[in-house]
Design a protein around this ligand. Sequence first.
Ligand code: BES
Ligand code: ZN
Ligand code: ZN
Length: 489
Amino acid sequence: MLKLSSQKPTKIKSELIALPVCENHLLFTDPTVVQIIQEAEKLKEFSGKKDKELLFYHFENLQTQRILLIGLGKYEDINPETLRQFAGKAVKTALKKKLSCADIVVPENQHKNLSTADTIESLLEGAGLANHVYLAYKKDQSKKPLKTIRLLTSASVAKKHHKIVDRVASACRANHLAREWINMPSNDKPPLKFADMISELARKADLKITLLKEKELIDKKFGALLAVAAGSIHRPCVLILEYSPPAAEKCIALVGKGVTFDAGGISLKPAAGMGDMKSDMSGAATVAATLLAAAETAPKTRLIGVLPLVENLPSGSACRPGDIVRSYGGKTIEIANTDAEGRLILADAMEYAVDTFAPDIMIDLATLTGACVVALGEKIAAVFSPDDALRDAIVEAGRHTHERCWPMPLPEDYRKLIKSDIADMRNVGKNRWAGAITAAIFLKSFVGETRWAHIDIAGPAYGKSDSDYISSGASGFGVRLLLNLLERI
Ligand code: BES
Ligand code: ZN
Ligand code: ZN
Protein backbone atom coordinates (compact mmCIF):
# COMPACT_ATOMS: atom_id res chain seq x y z
CA MET A 1 0.00 0.00 0.00
CA LEU A 2 1.27 3.47 -0.93
CA LYS A 3 1.12 6.21 1.69
CA LEU A 4 2.31 9.72 2.42
CA SER A 5 3.61 10.05 5.96
CA SER A 6 4.78 13.04 7.99
CA GLN A 7 6.98 10.94 10.25
CA LYS A 8 10.61 12.07 10.38
CA PRO A 9 13.23 9.80 8.83
CA THR A 10 15.32 10.33 11.94
CA LYS A 11 12.53 9.15 14.25
CA ILE A 12 10.69 6.47 12.29
CA LYS A 13 11.01 2.74 12.96
CA SER A 14 11.76 1.26 9.58
CA GLU A 15 13.13 -1.81 7.84
CA LEU A 16 14.69 0.34 5.16
CA ILE A 17 14.87 4.08 4.53
CA ALA A 18 15.87 5.16 1.02
CA LEU A 19 17.49 8.55 0.70
CA PRO A 20 18.07 10.32 -2.63
CA VAL A 21 21.45 12.05 -2.96
CA CYS A 22 22.68 14.47 -5.63
CA GLU A 23 26.36 14.76 -6.48
CA ASN A 24 26.35 18.56 -6.44
CA HIS A 25 23.47 19.70 -4.26
CA LEU A 26 22.01 18.94 -0.84
CA LEU A 27 18.35 17.96 -1.01
CA PHE A 28 17.89 18.08 2.76
CA THR A 29 18.31 20.49 5.67
CA ASP A 30 17.64 18.12 8.56
CA PRO A 31 21.02 17.99 10.34
CA THR A 32 20.89 14.24 11.01
CA VAL A 33 20.10 13.49 7.38
CA VAL A 34 22.85 15.84 6.25
CA GLN A 35 25.24 14.06 8.59
CA ILE A 36 24.36 10.66 7.09
CA ILE A 37 25.08 11.95 3.60
CA GLN A 38 28.37 13.50 4.70
CA GLU A 39 29.43 10.25 6.39
CA ALA A 40 28.69 8.41 3.15
CA GLU A 41 30.68 10.84 1.08
CA LYS A 42 33.64 10.42 3.44
CA LEU A 43 33.80 6.78 2.35
CA LYS A 44 34.83 7.91 -1.13
CA GLU A 45 32.88 5.00 -2.57
CA PHE A 46 29.77 7.09 -2.82
CA SER A 47 29.32 10.54 -4.24
CA GLY A 48 25.68 10.75 -5.35
CA LYS A 49 26.58 9.87 -8.94
CA LYS A 50 23.57 8.54 -10.84
CA ASP A 51 22.61 4.96 -9.93
CA LYS A 52 25.38 4.52 -7.35
CA GLU A 53 24.12 2.96 -4.10
CA LEU A 54 25.38 2.63 -0.56
CA LEU A 55 23.75 0.65 2.22
CA PHE A 56 24.30 1.34 5.95
CA TYR A 57 23.17 -1.16 8.56
CA HIS A 58 23.75 0.91 11.62
CA PHE A 59 23.44 4.54 12.44
CA GLU A 60 23.64 5.92 15.93
CA ASN A 61 20.39 7.23 17.41
CA LEU A 62 18.31 6.12 14.42
CA GLN A 63 15.44 3.63 14.63
CA THR A 64 15.88 2.18 11.17
CA GLN A 65 17.46 -1.19 10.35
CA ARG A 66 18.90 0.01 7.04
CA ILE A 67 19.61 3.25 5.23
CA LEU A 68 19.99 3.03 1.47
CA LEU A 69 21.55 6.01 -0.27
CA ILE A 70 20.91 6.20 -3.99
CA GLY A 71 22.61 8.65 -6.35
CA LEU A 72 20.46 10.88 -8.53
CA GLY A 73 23.37 12.44 -10.42
CA LYS A 74 23.52 16.17 -11.09
CA TYR A 75 20.84 18.32 -9.48
CA GLU A 76 20.03 20.18 -12.69
CA ASP A 77 19.47 16.88 -14.56
CA ILE A 78 16.78 15.59 -12.21
CA ASN A 79 13.43 14.99 -13.91
CA PRO A 80 10.34 12.89 -13.13
CA GLU A 81 11.95 9.80 -14.65
CA THR A 82 15.04 10.16 -12.41
CA LEU A 83 12.69 10.09 -9.42
CA ARG A 84 10.70 7.10 -10.69
CA GLN A 85 13.98 5.22 -11.19
CA PHE A 86 15.20 6.17 -7.72
CA ALA A 87 11.99 5.02 -6.01
CA GLY A 88 11.92 1.88 -8.17
CA LYS A 89 15.46 0.97 -7.16
CA ALA A 90 14.61 1.47 -3.49
CA VAL A 91 11.60 -0.85 -3.72
CA LYS A 92 13.49 -3.47 -5.73
CA THR A 93 16.26 -3.55 -3.10
CA ALA A 94 13.64 -4.03 -0.39
CA LEU A 95 12.01 -6.81 -2.42
CA LYS A 96 15.35 -8.57 -2.91
CA LYS A 97 15.85 -8.50 0.86
CA LYS A 98 12.32 -9.90 1.34
CA LEU A 99 11.29 -6.99 3.55
CA SER A 100 7.67 -6.08 4.07
CA CYS A 101 7.96 -2.27 4.26
CA ALA A 102 10.11 0.47 2.81
CA ASP A 103 10.28 4.21 3.44
CA ILE A 104 11.34 6.72 0.83
CA VAL A 105 12.42 10.19 1.85
CA VAL A 106 11.01 13.00 -0.30
CA PRO A 107 13.56 15.75 -1.10
CA GLU A 108 12.89 18.77 1.12
CA ASN A 109 14.21 21.46 -1.13
CA GLN A 110 12.01 22.55 -3.98
CA HIS A 111 13.61 21.69 -7.33
CA LYS A 112 13.51 24.49 -9.86
CA ASN A 113 12.09 22.34 -12.69
CA LEU A 114 9.82 20.10 -10.64
CA SER A 115 6.73 21.00 -8.64
CA THR A 116 6.13 19.27 -5.32
CA ALA A 117 3.11 17.53 -6.88
CA ASP A 118 5.25 16.17 -9.75
CA THR A 119 7.90 15.02 -7.28
CA ILE A 120 5.37 13.16 -5.15
CA GLU A 121 3.63 11.67 -8.20
CA SER A 122 6.90 10.42 -9.74
CA LEU A 123 8.16 8.88 -6.52
CA LEU A 124 4.82 7.15 -5.92
CA GLU A 125 4.76 5.86 -9.50
CA GLY A 126 8.29 4.48 -9.43
CA ALA A 127 7.68 2.80 -6.09
CA GLY A 128 4.21 1.53 -6.94
CA LEU A 129 5.17 0.17 -10.35
CA ALA A 130 8.28 -1.57 -8.98
CA ASN A 131 6.27 -3.32 -6.28
CA HIS A 132 5.15 -6.22 -8.45
CA VAL A 133 6.48 -9.76 -8.62
CA TYR A 134 4.94 -12.39 -10.89
CA LEU A 135 4.51 -15.34 -8.54
CA ALA A 136 1.40 -17.04 -9.93
CA TYR A 137 3.29 -20.20 -10.91
CA LYS A 138 5.91 -20.34 -8.12
CA LYS A 139 5.73 -22.55 -5.05
CA ASP A 140 8.15 -20.24 -3.25
CA GLN A 141 6.09 -17.15 -2.49
CA SER A 142 8.67 -15.50 -0.24
CA LYS A 143 9.57 -12.69 -2.63
CA LYS A 144 6.17 -11.07 -2.16
CA PRO A 145 5.37 -7.42 -2.92
CA LEU A 146 5.94 -5.02 -0.02
CA LYS A 147 2.92 -4.47 2.21
CA THR A 148 3.60 -0.80 2.82
CA ILE A 149 5.59 1.88 1.06
CA ARG A 150 5.67 5.25 2.80
CA LEU A 151 6.86 8.50 1.33
CA LEU A 152 8.27 10.58 4.18
CA THR A 153 7.56 14.26 3.79
CA SER A 154 6.38 17.28 5.77
CA ALA A 155 2.92 17.30 7.34
CA SER A 156 1.78 20.12 5.06
CA VAL A 157 2.89 18.35 1.87
CA ALA A 158 1.32 15.07 3.03
CA LYS A 159 -1.96 16.85 3.69
CA LYS A 160 -1.99 18.86 0.48
CA HIS A 161 -1.16 16.01 -1.90
CA HIS A 162 -2.98 13.01 -0.42
CA LYS A 163 -5.31 12.80 -3.46
CA ILE A 164 -2.36 11.96 -5.74
CA VAL A 165 -1.84 8.77 -3.75
CA ASP A 166 -5.23 7.27 -4.64
CA ARG A 167 -4.89 8.15 -8.31
CA VAL A 168 -1.36 6.73 -8.63
CA ALA A 169 -2.22 3.63 -6.58
CA SER A 170 -5.15 2.94 -8.87
CA ALA A 171 -3.01 3.34 -12.02
CA CYS A 172 -0.31 1.06 -10.56
CA ARG A 173 -2.87 -1.61 -9.65
CA ALA A 174 -4.21 -1.52 -13.21
CA ASN A 175 -0.68 -1.71 -14.61
CA HIS A 176 0.06 -4.74 -12.40
CA LEU A 177 -3.19 -6.39 -13.48
CA ALA A 178 -2.29 -5.99 -17.17
CA ARG A 179 1.13 -7.48 -16.42
CA GLU A 180 -0.43 -10.49 -14.60
CA TRP A 181 -2.63 -11.23 -17.61
CA ILE A 182 0.14 -10.75 -20.16
CA ASN A 183 2.62 -12.92 -18.23
CA MET A 184 0.06 -15.69 -17.84
CA PRO A 185 0.82 -18.61 -20.20
CA SER A 186 -1.56 -19.12 -23.11
CA ASN A 187 -2.80 -22.53 -21.92
CA ASP A 188 -4.47 -20.72 -19.01
CA LYS A 189 -6.02 -17.83 -20.94
CA PRO A 190 -7.83 -19.07 -24.05
CA PRO A 191 -10.24 -16.39 -25.36
CA LEU A 192 -13.40 -17.28 -23.42
CA LYS A 193 -11.48 -17.88 -20.18
CA PHE A 194 -9.62 -14.57 -20.57
CA ALA A 195 -12.96 -12.85 -21.19
CA ASP A 196 -14.30 -14.43 -17.96
CA MET A 197 -11.30 -13.23 -15.94
CA ILE A 198 -11.83 -9.69 -17.17
CA SER A 199 -15.61 -9.83 -16.77
CA GLU A 200 -15.37 -10.92 -13.16
CA LEU A 201 -13.48 -7.75 -12.26
CA ALA A 202 -15.57 -5.59 -14.59
CA ARG A 203 -18.72 -6.75 -12.85
CA LYS A 204 -17.34 -5.72 -9.45
CA ALA A 205 -16.35 -2.36 -10.95
CA ASP A 206 -19.89 -1.81 -12.28
CA LEU A 207 -18.85 -1.66 -15.91
CA LYS A 208 -21.43 -2.75 -18.47
CA ILE A 209 -20.36 -6.05 -20.02
CA THR A 210 -21.34 -7.53 -23.38
CA LEU A 211 -19.84 -10.78 -24.60
CA LEU A 212 -20.25 -11.70 -28.25
CA LYS A 213 -19.68 -15.44 -28.56
CA GLU A 214 -18.97 -17.36 -31.74
CA LYS A 215 -22.60 -17.74 -32.79
CA GLU A 216 -23.19 -13.99 -32.58
CA LEU A 217 -19.93 -13.31 -34.37
CA ILE A 218 -21.12 -15.56 -37.20
CA ASP A 219 -24.55 -13.84 -37.24
CA LYS A 220 -22.97 -10.41 -37.25
CA LYS A 221 -20.49 -11.44 -39.97
CA PHE A 222 -17.14 -10.94 -38.23
CA GLY A 223 -15.56 -12.72 -41.22
CA ALA A 224 -11.96 -11.60 -40.74
CA LEU A 225 -11.85 -12.44 -37.03
CA LEU A 226 -13.48 -15.83 -37.54
CA ALA A 227 -10.87 -16.70 -40.19
CA VAL A 228 -8.07 -16.05 -37.68
CA ALA A 229 -9.85 -18.14 -35.04
CA ALA A 230 -10.50 -21.08 -37.40
CA GLY A 231 -7.30 -22.97 -36.57
CA SER A 232 -7.80 -23.25 -32.82
CA ILE A 233 -10.11 -25.50 -30.79
CA HIS A 234 -10.57 -22.52 -28.45
CA ARG A 235 -13.53 -20.48 -29.64
CA PRO A 236 -13.15 -16.73 -30.19
CA CYS A 237 -15.22 -13.96 -28.66
CA VAL A 238 -15.46 -10.18 -28.50
CA LEU A 239 -15.74 -8.65 -25.04
CA ILE A 240 -17.14 -5.13 -24.72
CA LEU A 241 -16.78 -3.08 -21.55
CA GLU A 242 -18.56 0.23 -21.07
CA TYR A 243 -17.90 2.97 -18.56
CA SER A 244 -20.65 5.57 -18.88
CA PRO A 245 -20.51 8.47 -16.42
CA PRO A 246 -23.60 10.67 -16.30
CA ALA A 247 -23.47 13.74 -18.56
CA ALA A 248 -20.40 12.57 -20.46
CA GLU A 249 -19.56 14.94 -23.30
CA LYS A 250 -17.30 12.61 -25.26
CA CYS A 251 -17.18 8.95 -26.09
CA ILE A 252 -13.86 7.23 -26.67
CA ALA A 253 -13.61 3.69 -28.00
CA LEU A 254 -10.47 1.78 -27.04
CA VAL A 255 -9.82 -1.32 -29.13
CA GLY A 256 -7.17 -3.80 -27.98
CA LYS A 257 -5.64 -6.67 -29.96
CA GLY A 258 -6.31 -9.84 -28.00
CA VAL A 259 -4.51 -12.75 -29.66
CA THR A 260 -4.07 -15.09 -26.69
CA PHE A 261 -1.37 -16.93 -28.61
CA ASP A 262 0.10 -16.12 -32.01
CA ALA A 263 1.84 -19.10 -33.61
CA GLY A 264 1.42 -17.39 -36.98
CA GLY A 265 -1.15 -19.89 -38.26
CA ILE A 266 -0.31 -21.74 -41.49
CA SER A 267 2.33 -19.02 -42.10
CA LEU A 268 3.98 -20.52 -39.00
CA LYS A 269 6.49 -18.47 -37.01
CA PRO A 270 10.01 -19.82 -36.39
CA ALA A 271 10.43 -21.72 -33.09
CA ALA A 272 12.90 -19.32 -31.45
CA GLY A 273 11.09 -16.94 -29.15
CA MET A 274 7.64 -18.14 -30.17
CA GLY A 275 6.67 -18.54 -26.51
CA ASP A 276 6.78 -14.77 -26.13
CA MET A 277 3.69 -14.65 -28.35
CA LYS A 278 1.62 -15.38 -25.25
CA SER A 279 1.91 -11.59 -24.92
CA ASP A 280 0.06 -10.94 -28.18
CA MET A 281 -3.03 -9.99 -26.15
CA SER A 282 -1.23 -7.04 -24.52
CA GLY A 283 -3.45 -4.49 -26.29
CA ALA A 284 -6.58 -6.14 -24.90
CA ALA A 285 -5.07 -6.43 -21.40
CA THR A 286 -4.11 -2.76 -21.46
CA VAL A 287 -7.55 -1.62 -22.56
CA ALA A 288 -9.33 -3.81 -19.98
CA ALA A 289 -7.06 -2.62 -17.15
CA THR A 290 -7.55 1.00 -18.22
CA LEU A 291 -11.34 0.68 -18.04
CA LEU A 292 -11.10 -0.92 -14.60
CA ALA A 293 -8.91 1.95 -13.38
CA ALA A 294 -11.26 4.49 -14.95
CA ALA A 295 -14.14 2.96 -13.01
CA GLU A 296 -12.17 3.89 -9.86
CA THR A 297 -10.85 7.31 -10.81
CA ALA A 298 -14.09 8.36 -12.54
CA PRO A 299 -13.07 10.51 -15.51
CA LYS A 300 -15.84 12.48 -17.24
CA THR A 301 -15.48 10.77 -20.62
CA ARG A 302 -17.54 7.78 -21.71
CA LEU A 303 -15.25 4.84 -22.47
CA ILE A 304 -15.93 1.75 -24.53
CA GLY A 305 -13.40 -1.07 -24.48
CA VAL A 306 -13.67 -3.46 -27.43
CA LEU A 307 -11.59 -6.62 -27.08
CA PRO A 308 -11.47 -9.11 -29.96
CA LEU A 309 -10.08 -12.32 -28.43
CA VAL A 310 -8.77 -15.21 -30.56
CA GLU A 311 -5.97 -17.75 -30.75
CA ASN A 312 -3.93 -17.97 -33.98
CA LEU A 313 -2.84 -21.59 -34.56
CA PRO A 314 -2.17 -23.76 -37.61
CA SER A 315 -4.37 -26.84 -38.07
CA GLY A 316 -6.53 -28.67 -40.60
CA SER A 317 -9.27 -26.13 -40.05
CA ALA A 318 -7.04 -23.04 -40.11
CA CYS A 319 -7.40 -20.35 -42.76
CA ARG A 320 -4.89 -20.48 -45.59
CA PRO A 321 -2.66 -17.96 -47.30
CA GLY A 322 -4.62 -16.87 -50.36
CA ASP A 323 -8.02 -17.15 -48.67
CA ILE A 324 -10.33 -14.19 -49.13
CA VAL A 325 -12.57 -13.14 -46.24
CA ARG A 326 -15.23 -10.47 -45.82
CA SER A 327 -14.97 -8.03 -42.89
CA TYR A 328 -17.86 -6.96 -40.62
CA GLY A 329 -18.37 -3.88 -42.78
CA GLY A 330 -18.26 -5.86 -46.04
CA LYS A 331 -14.72 -5.28 -47.33
CA THR A 332 -12.96 -8.23 -48.90
CA ILE A 333 -9.45 -9.07 -47.67
CA GLU A 334 -6.96 -11.44 -49.29
CA ILE A 335 -5.08 -13.16 -46.46
CA ALA A 336 -1.63 -13.20 -48.05
CA ASN A 337 -0.01 -14.14 -44.73
CA THR A 338 -1.86 -15.74 -41.82
CA ASP A 339 0.67 -14.30 -39.37
CA ALA A 340 -0.65 -10.79 -40.05
CA GLU A 341 -3.71 -11.72 -37.99
CA GLY A 342 -3.87 -8.77 -35.59
CA ARG A 343 -5.04 -6.35 -38.27
CA LEU A 344 -7.74 -8.86 -39.32
CA ILE A 345 -9.36 -9.08 -35.90
CA LEU A 346 -8.95 -5.32 -35.37
CA ALA A 347 -10.61 -4.58 -38.73
CA ASP A 348 -13.83 -6.30 -37.63
CA ALA A 349 -13.65 -4.93 -34.08
CA MET A 350 -13.14 -1.34 -35.26
CA GLU A 351 -15.91 -1.47 -37.87
CA TYR A 352 -18.19 -2.92 -35.20
CA ALA A 353 -17.20 -0.21 -32.69
CA VAL A 354 -17.90 2.60 -35.18
CA ASP A 355 -21.18 1.01 -36.25
CA THR A 356 -22.43 0.32 -32.72
CA PHE A 357 -21.15 3.23 -30.66
CA ALA A 358 -20.29 6.02 -33.14
CA PRO A 359 -17.45 7.15 -30.83
CA ASP A 360 -15.96 10.66 -31.09
CA ILE A 361 -12.50 9.13 -30.95
CA MET A 362 -11.19 5.61 -31.46
CA ILE A 363 -7.76 4.42 -30.37
CA ASP A 364 -6.44 0.94 -30.97
CA LEU A 365 -3.52 -0.64 -29.13
CA ALA A 366 -1.83 -3.67 -30.61
CA THR A 367 1.36 -5.72 -30.57
CA LEU A 368 0.99 -5.48 -34.31
CA THR A 369 4.31 -5.70 -36.13
CA GLY A 370 7.87 -6.95 -35.69
CA ALA A 371 8.79 -4.14 -38.08
CA CYS A 372 7.85 -1.62 -35.39
CA VAL A 373 10.29 -3.27 -32.97
CA VAL A 374 12.99 -3.10 -35.63
CA ALA A 375 12.30 0.62 -36.09
CA LEU A 376 11.91 1.79 -32.48
CA GLY A 377 13.23 -1.01 -30.28
CA GLU A 378 11.88 -2.49 -27.07
CA LYS A 379 11.07 0.70 -25.21
CA ILE A 380 9.22 2.95 -27.65
CA ALA A 381 5.79 2.56 -29.25
CA ALA A 382 4.76 3.95 -32.64
CA VAL A 383 1.73 6.19 -32.96
CA PHE A 384 -0.11 6.68 -36.23
CA SER A 385 -2.98 9.05 -36.84
CA PRO A 386 -4.33 11.19 -39.66
CA ASP A 387 -5.38 13.59 -36.87
CA ASP A 388 -2.33 15.60 -35.79
CA ALA A 389 -3.95 16.92 -32.60
CA LEU A 390 -4.89 13.44 -31.42
CA ARG A 391 -1.45 12.08 -32.31
CA ASP A 392 0.28 14.96 -30.48
CA ALA A 393 -1.90 14.45 -27.40
CA ILE A 394 -0.83 10.78 -27.28
CA VAL A 395 2.86 11.68 -27.69
CA GLU A 396 2.50 14.30 -24.94
CA ALA A 397 0.74 11.87 -22.58
CA GLY A 398 3.58 9.41 -23.19
CA ARG A 399 6.16 12.06 -22.44
CA HIS A 400 4.43 12.66 -19.13
CA THR A 401 4.20 9.00 -18.08
CA HIS A 402 7.47 7.98 -19.76
CA GLU A 403 5.63 5.51 -21.95
CA ARG A 404 7.28 6.90 -25.03
CA CYS A 405 5.32 7.11 -28.29
CA TRP A 406 6.97 8.21 -31.51
CA PRO A 407 4.88 9.75 -34.31
CA MET A 408 4.95 7.84 -37.59
CA PRO A 409 3.61 8.75 -41.04
CA LEU A 410 0.53 7.37 -42.80
CA PRO A 411 1.42 8.09 -46.46
CA GLU A 412 -1.61 7.36 -48.66
CA ASP A 413 0.64 6.58 -51.65
CA TYR A 414 1.94 3.53 -49.72
CA ARG A 415 -1.56 2.08 -49.89
CA LYS A 416 -0.68 0.53 -53.24
CA LEU A 417 1.56 -1.88 -51.30
CA ILE A 418 -1.55 -3.56 -49.85
CA LYS A 419 -3.51 -3.55 -53.12
CA SER A 420 -4.87 -6.95 -54.07
CA ASP A 421 -5.49 -8.15 -57.62
CA ILE A 422 -8.73 -9.90 -56.74
CA ALA A 423 -9.92 -8.52 -53.37
CA ASP A 424 -10.37 -5.00 -51.94
CA MET A 425 -6.99 -5.28 -50.19
CA ARG A 426 -4.35 -7.74 -48.94
CA ASN A 427 -3.41 -8.10 -45.29
CA VAL A 428 0.35 -7.63 -45.87
CA GLY A 429 2.53 -5.43 -48.06
CA LYS A 430 3.93 -6.72 -51.34
CA ASN A 431 7.50 -6.31 -50.09
CA ARG A 432 9.10 -6.25 -46.62
CA TRP A 433 9.52 -2.50 -46.39
CA ALA A 434 7.60 -0.22 -44.03
CA GLY A 435 5.83 -3.12 -42.31
CA ALA A 436 4.55 -1.04 -39.39
CA ILE A 437 3.22 1.63 -41.77
CA THR A 438 1.44 -0.70 -44.18
CA ALA A 439 -0.23 -2.35 -41.17
CA ALA A 440 -1.45 1.07 -39.98
CA ILE A 441 -2.70 1.99 -43.46
CA PHE A 442 -4.59 -1.31 -43.56
CA LEU A 443 -6.29 -0.44 -40.24
CA LYS A 444 -7.18 3.04 -41.49
CA SER A 445 -9.51 1.41 -44.05
CA PHE A 446 -11.84 0.33 -41.22
CA VAL A 447 -12.45 3.52 -39.24
CA GLY A 448 -14.55 5.52 -41.70
CA GLU A 449 -14.64 9.20 -40.72
CA THR A 450 -13.95 8.56 -37.02
CA ARG A 451 -11.04 10.42 -35.40
CA TRP A 452 -8.62 7.54 -34.86
CA ALA A 453 -5.12 6.71 -33.70
CA HIS A 454 -3.23 3.43 -33.75
CA ILE A 455 -0.52 2.64 -31.21
CA ASP A 456 1.80 -0.24 -32.10
CA ILE A 457 3.11 -1.54 -28.77
CA ALA A 458 4.94 -4.62 -30.16
CA GLY A 459 8.24 -3.35 -28.68
CA PRO A 460 7.46 -2.07 -25.19
CA ALA A 461 4.60 -4.42 -24.19
CA TYR A 462 6.88 -7.31 -23.31
CA GLY A 463 10.62 -7.30 -22.78
CA LYS A 464 13.67 -9.33 -21.97
CA SER A 465 15.44 -6.82 -19.74
CA ASP A 466 14.65 -5.42 -16.29
CA SER A 467 14.39 -1.68 -15.87
CA ASP A 468 14.52 0.22 -12.58
CA TYR A 469 10.81 -0.02 -11.90
CA ILE A 470 9.55 -2.69 -14.33
CA SER A 471 10.88 -6.25 -14.37
CA SER A 472 11.39 -8.32 -17.51
CA GLY A 473 8.30 -9.86 -19.08
CA ALA A 474 5.13 -7.83 -19.35
CA SER A 475 5.45 -4.08 -18.73
CA GLY A 476 1.81 -3.00 -18.64
CA PHE A 477 2.80 -0.31 -21.17
CA GLY A 478 -0.13 1.88 -22.12
CA VAL A 479 -2.31 1.81 -19.01
CA ARG A 480 -0.91 5.00 -17.50
CA LEU A 481 -0.60 6.49 -20.99
CA LEU A 482 -4.32 6.08 -21.68
CA LEU A 483 -5.33 7.29 -18.21
CA ASN A 484 -3.18 10.38 -18.69
CA LEU A 485 -4.54 10.92 -22.19
CA LEU A 486 -8.11 10.99 -20.86
CA GLU A 487 -7.21 14.15 -18.97
CA ARG A 488 -5.98 15.81 -22.18
CA ILE A 489 -8.65 15.08 -24.81
N1 BES B 1 2.18 -10.48 -33.09
C1 BES B 1 3.00 -10.26 -34.22
C2 BES B 1 3.87 -9.01 -34.11
C3 BES B 1 4.93 -8.99 -33.03
C4 BES B 1 6.25 -9.30 -33.34
C5 BES B 1 4.62 -8.62 -31.75
C6 BES B 1 7.21 -9.23 -32.36
C7 BES B 1 5.59 -8.57 -30.75
C8 BES B 1 6.88 -8.87 -31.06
C9 BES B 1 2.13 -10.08 -35.47
O1 BES B 1 0.93 -10.76 -35.48
C10 BES B 1 2.92 -10.59 -36.63
O2 BES B 1 3.22 -11.73 -36.64
N2 BES B 1 3.26 -9.70 -37.55
C11 BES B 1 4.03 -10.06 -38.67
C12 BES B 1 3.48 -9.34 -39.88
C13 BES B 1 4.08 -9.82 -41.17
C14 BES B 1 3.60 -11.21 -41.50
C15 BES B 1 3.67 -8.84 -42.27
C16 BES B 1 5.48 -9.60 -38.42
O3 BES B 1 5.65 -8.52 -37.86
O4 BES B 1 6.38 -10.36 -38.74
ZN1 ZN C 1 1.11 -12.75 -36.23
ZN1 ZN D 1 0.11 -11.17 -33.61
